[in-house]
Design a protein around this ligand. Sequence first.
Ligand SMILES: [Zn+2]
Length: 320
Amino acid sequence: MGVPTLTVTPGCLRCAVLEVCRFAIPARVLKVLFLASVLLLLTGKSLNAGDNLRIESVPGIVKQGDVCLIRTSGLVSPKSVHAEFQGERVPLAPGLQNGIYEGLIGIDLTTKPATCEIKVIATDASGRSYSNPFILKIGKGIFRTQKLSLPSSMVDLDAKTLERVNNEANRLKALFQTFRDEKLWKGAFIRPLEGKLSSTFGMDRIINGQRRSPHTGVDLESEAGTPVWASNSGAVVLADDLFFSGKSVILDHGWGLYSMYFHLAETLVKEGDRVGRGDVLGRVGSTGRSTGPHLHWAIRMNQARVDPLSLLKLSKHLEE
Ligand SMILES: [Zn+2]
């Protein structure tokens, strides 16, 4: 691959050639250089500012429902850098080390196992844009089946309740489609309470003998009244009582990342509040469609339903 990066402007190339000329290059080397230039012109491959751009994902192979970190290196003082994944723009932030840019990508639990392309697009100081592709391998997630028995009033809904449920679903959909340009989260995400994991992410749910929508969060068991902490800093965009999720808090962490805290006994924040990592959002309860005190904790990443535990696993790679 070519050495030039964003630091290599046409001026620098000219300097490099002059530098070499001073040392009286042998005719054989000049001939090779000339032929290489002709080849570059013929193949249309110019010395590209992106040639030195390296891209990696953490983990290297992701599974359905995972969050992965995209990290680029080799960029020197770009004006802007972002990635594109499945038609969505993913902003990349500068890391602590020079030339590192990184961002998070969510793989929805129903994404087909395959390889797919992530494009990293950078613009240099002169406004010239270039892009490099990266192939991400998506493996199959292993999701168990959960059988539940619930009162029929919580499953077979009357027309009025169904209307309420549909309105609430539309409200949440509109919320997750809202992209906040400001990145509010910083560094590691924390578990919102110490409780033991009682239901994993992605479970196929059979309720009263009928297959229903999968479990798109994790359930953390805890005594009623236990404080629930914000997993990272963000803005409270919902603090309300909903039919399925009961008393609920949703945080917008910016850049398409949302965290949800459901079935609370009480909410201790209001919409519009800004919270920091570890701030108390409410207390564990069993409101909404719930069989006992627990916290349902869920994450959306650019509308993809992802496993909160995969975000925790990544946290050691996220810079403070
Ligand atoms: Zn749950």
